[in-house]
Design a protein around this ligand. Sequence first.
Ligand code: AMP
Ligand code: MG
Length: 474
Amino acid sequence: MPSFLTHNFSELPEEFYTFQDWQGFDNPKIIIENHAMKKMLGMEDTDHQELLKIFNGVKKIDSLKPLSMVYSGHQFGQYVEQLGDGRGLLFAQINSNEGLLDIHLKGAGKTPYSRFGDGRAVLRSTIREYLCGEAMHALSIPTSRALMIIGSDEMVVREKSESAAMLVRTAKTHIRFGSFEYFHYNNKPEHVKALADFCINSYPQYFSRTTNAYEDFFRVIVKETANMIAHWQACGFNHGVMNTDNMSILGETFDYGPYGFMEDYNPNHVCNHSDHQGRYAFKNQPYIGLWNCSALGHALSSLISEESQGKILQTYEAIFQDTLAELYRKKLGLELAKPEDATLIQGLLDIMESEKLDYTNTFRNLTQALAEEHSPELHSEISKSWVVSFLERHSKETLSKDKRLKLMNQVNPKFILRNYMAQEAIEAAEVNDFSMLETLMIVITQPFEELIEHEKFANKSPIWAKDIEISCSS
Ligand code: AMP
Ligand code: MG
C-alpha cells in the first residue's frame, strides 16, 4: 500500500475547502499508468488493480481526508467570483524523491464548486493532459504530471457525447493565484495571510520566513512564473487558458486544456478555439504572465504595500528576458553570451515567421548548418546571410564543435507533442486501442533521441490536422 499522507491543506480552516467523498465509476478500467511516476513515488511494487481500487474509491483509506479547494480567478481578464475544484479533489500528499507531492483526482464527481458542471472530465481531455505533462517534463519544463487515467463506460455531454474518465494527477501544489484572490475579494485579509503563511511553511524549497517574508514570497512567485513562461516560449508551447485560476504559485505548468505546441512559427498563434480575442496568443503569454502576477499582487495588498508590489513586479521582465535569452543561446549552440546574440535569434525567428517554418524542426536542423557548414536543404529555407552570421558567431565559441553539436541536440527536441498525435491516440483509445498512446509515450518522453523507427512523428502534421479545433470544453 503506498504511503499516502493526509494533505496538510486540511489543517487550514474549513473556509478554504470542503471535505468531500468522491464518485468512482461503475466499471472502471486503467487506460494508462505512468511507470516512471510510480517509481518516483515508491509505488513500483503496487499492483495497478490496487491503485485502481484506491483512486476509484472502492478501497477507502480512512485516515485520508480528501477535499475540494475553493478559489476564484480572472478568466479572460474578468473576475469570476467563485470557482474552485468543480470536478477535482485533493486526495492526499505523498513523499517522492523530489519532495512532497499532491495527489489530485480530476473528474471525480460533483462538488459544492461544480456550478453547472457535471463534475466529470472526458477521456479526450485526460489523455491530452496526461501526454502533455510527460512531454513538458521531458523538455525540463516545470509541470504537473499524471500517474494514471481511469476510464469508464459512463458517457457525458460536451459538444457531443463522450466517455468520462478520471486523471490521477501529481503536482507540487494545487494552490493557485486564484486561491488568494478568492479571500481578497471576499474581504478576508486574515485568510489571505493564513494562506500565505501556509505556503511559506509548506514549501521551504521555495519560500522562507525572512523579515520581509510576504514580499519575498511574492518575489519568488513572480520569478518562478517568469521562468516558466520563458521555458514555454523557448519550446513553442502555447497554454491557451492562462486564467489566474490556472496559475500555480510554484510556477508549474498545469490545468492543460486547449494547449498546443507551435508548428509553423507564428507569434500570433492562438491554440484555444474559444479565445476569439486572441488574449492568450503565443506572443502575449509573457505579458499575461505579468498581468496575472499583478492580479496576484493585488490580492496580496493587505500584506504587501503597493510600492513594494510595483518593485517586485518590475523584476519580472528582466528574469523573463534573461532566461529566454539563455535558452535561445543554448538552442543555437552558443555557450558564451555576446551582444549580437539577440539580433541573431530575432533574425532566425523573422525568417521562420515569413517562411512559415516548423519551429521545432528548424532549431533541430540547425546542427546540419553547423556540422557541414553547408546544408542545401537548410540553405533553401533559411537565408544564406543568416547562416553566414550563425557560423561567424560560432567561430567565437571556445567549446569544440562536436561538443556544441551535442549540446544543441540535447536542447532542441526532435519530437514534440503535435495536436494530431494526441488526436490519433484519443480516437484509438475511444475504441479501446491504447497502442498509440503507449507509442506516443515512448516518443514524447525521449524528445531528444533520434528514434529512427518513430521518424514519422518528427514530421510536420498531416494536412487533415489543420482542421482540428481545440476548445475549452473538457
Ligand atoms: P478549467 O477550464 O478546467 O480550468 O476549469 C475552470 C473551472 O470550471 C474550475 O473551477 C473547474 O473546476 C470548473 N469545471 C470545469 N469543467 C467542469 C465540470 N465538468 N464539472 C464541474 N466543474 C467544472
Ligand atoms: Mg482550471
